[in-house]
Design a protein around this ligand. Structure first.
Ligand SMILES: O=c1ccn([C@@H]2O[C@H](COP(=O)(O)O)[C@@H](O)[C@H]2O)c(=O)[nH]1
Length: 224
């Protein structure tokens, strides 16, 4: 069975990331390593985490001019991540060039609107104050650029999937019912996000900040 949960190992501490991975590896489908982990541990750290035998999701959210992003993707290629993120707001050419530079087997997915932002935040950066419309717009751009999918919240995934039935939909901002949302603003429960059309769920603190990450991962898995 393919497990839908990718655990976000947001720590600069390699030993801590390894300890959590060892605890939860039988209840998750993959390990997500982001900027906090990568800036501290680089390629060598990613290779150590790959030794757990789970797919690696490199969530580096690349966002720059097309040439720079393509060269960064080339530099990451030896790691052969299962999933790699870029930002959809970098534009179509950037997404096309990122996909062209990625190794076969790596899904390139584009972040649409960060799940930590709401309508007020979008308005403050000069966008229409409607995350839903912005996600659907960027999903269409990502689809047309030929990449593999997008990152969005559970609130938008059904509409985005309608616009792109064959897309791969990564959903963070996932919280068990009643869980602390922290800095996230657009959240959904794991079950509801899967029902809405998520391909995979990204879950960090509800597992990693729990007293026992293994028990927390099992409890979330039991709701799916
Ligand atoms: O829009 C986005 C894109 C990426 N993320 C990442 O997902 C995890 C979520 O962690 P939690 O502790 O479950 O909140 C984190 O690594 C983010 O960088 C996101 O939250 N929203």
């Amino acid at each position: 069975m393919t497990r839908p949960i990718y655990v976000a190992l947001d720590t600069p501490d390699l030993e801590r990331a390894k300890a959590i991975a060892a605890r939860v590896k039988n209840h998750v489908g993959g390990l997500k390593l982001g900027l906090e982990f990568f800036c501290a541990n680089g390629h060598a750290g990613v290779r150590e985490m790959a030794a757990y035998g789970l797919p690696i999701f490199l969530d580096l959210k690349l966002h720059d001019i097309p040439n720079t992003v393509a060269k960064a993707v080339q530099s990451l290629s030896p790691l052969k991540p299962a999933i790699l993120t870029i930002h959809a707001s970098g534009g179509r050419a950037m997404m096309e060039d990122a996909k062209a530079a990625a190794p076969a087997g790596t899904k390139v997915v584009a972040v649409t609107v960060l799940t930590s932002l709401d309508g007020t935040d979008l308005a403050s950066i000069g966008l229409a104050d409607d995350p839903h419309a912005q996600v659907v717009r960027l999903a269409g751009l990502a689809r047309d650029a030929g990449i593999d999918g997008i990152v969005c919240s559970g609130n938008e995934v059904a509409a985005a999937r309608k616009a792109w039935p064959g897309g791969f939909f990564v959903v963070p901002g996932v919280r068990p019912a009643g869980g602390d949302i922290g800095d996230q603003k657009r959240v959904m429960t794991p079950r509801a996000a899967l029902d809405a059309g998520a391909s995979i769920l990204v879950i960090g603190r509800p597992i990693t900040a729990a007293e026992d990450s293994d028990t927390a991962a099992r409890a979330i898995e039991a709701t799916l």
